[in-house]
Design a protein. Structure first.
Length: 206
């Protein structure tokens, strides 16, 4: 099989990086779709239930029980904290535990963004070397097939490397924005939980 038609030998690592990038993008896209979908209504439902005498977390649907928001509420409020300081510590601790899950594969995507153009550049150099090897007096007078094939290989590998890097960069930046937004949402939820806890304590004293 003549790989020069598809960008030369560099097409093999480029194909691998594109498959890895696509797989991670699809997995993260589905993860964030599940996380963002219906999150506001779930938050309201959990706020109503937390600190009640008989929490109804188990009455949530399966997809809601596995949601990050539900896990956050459970870790922060079950068992019920003794004081506000303990509640704050629980919220801060679980935010730190949760962040690696939200930022999963970001480093892998960052690596792909860095190496894909370099692999494409390597293919460019190899393609130009192939073109130069075909520049003999006999080749010029008879045929320029080798020269054109080498130039085509160089252009294809460069374009492929840049395409993979650009699309992966867009996806990675999108997922980073989702992560920051989710952390901000959970921090806001932690404040709402603390407010409800203080209100509950005041009600109990009365």
């Amino acid at each position: 099989m003549d790989l020069s038609q598809f960008g030369g030998i560099s097409v093999i690592p480029l194909a691998i990086t594109s498959i890895v990038s696509l797989s991670i993008t699809l997995e993260r896209g589905y993860f964030w779709y599940k996380t963002k979908r219906g999150q506001s209504s779930l938050k309201r439902k959990l706020l109503e239930q937390c600190f009640s005498n008989q929490p109804n977390y188990l009455q949530l649907r399966g997809i809601e029980r596995d949601h990050i928001m539900t896990k956050f509420f459970q870790k922060a409020t079950i068992p019920s904290p003794n004081n506000l300081e303990q509640l704050k510590n629980s919220c801060e601790l679980y935010l730190e535990i949760l962040e690696p899950e939200l930022s999963r594969y970001e480093n892998t995507l960052g690596t792909i963004i860095s190496i894909a153009p370099l692999i494409g550049l390597l293919g460019t150099v190899l393609g130009l070397m192939r073109s130069m090897s075909g520049l003999t007096l006999q080749a010029i007078s008879e045929s320029n097939t080798n020269v054109m094939s080498g130039i085509s290989e160089a252009l294809i590998s460069t374009a492929a490397g840049l395409t993979i890097a650009i699309t992966t960069l867009i996806a990675n930046n999108l997922f980073k924005s989702f992560r920051l937004s989710q952390l901000y949402t959970l921090q806001a939820v932690a404040l709402e939980i603390e407010s409800k806890f203080k209100a509950q304590k005041i009600q109990n004293y009365q």
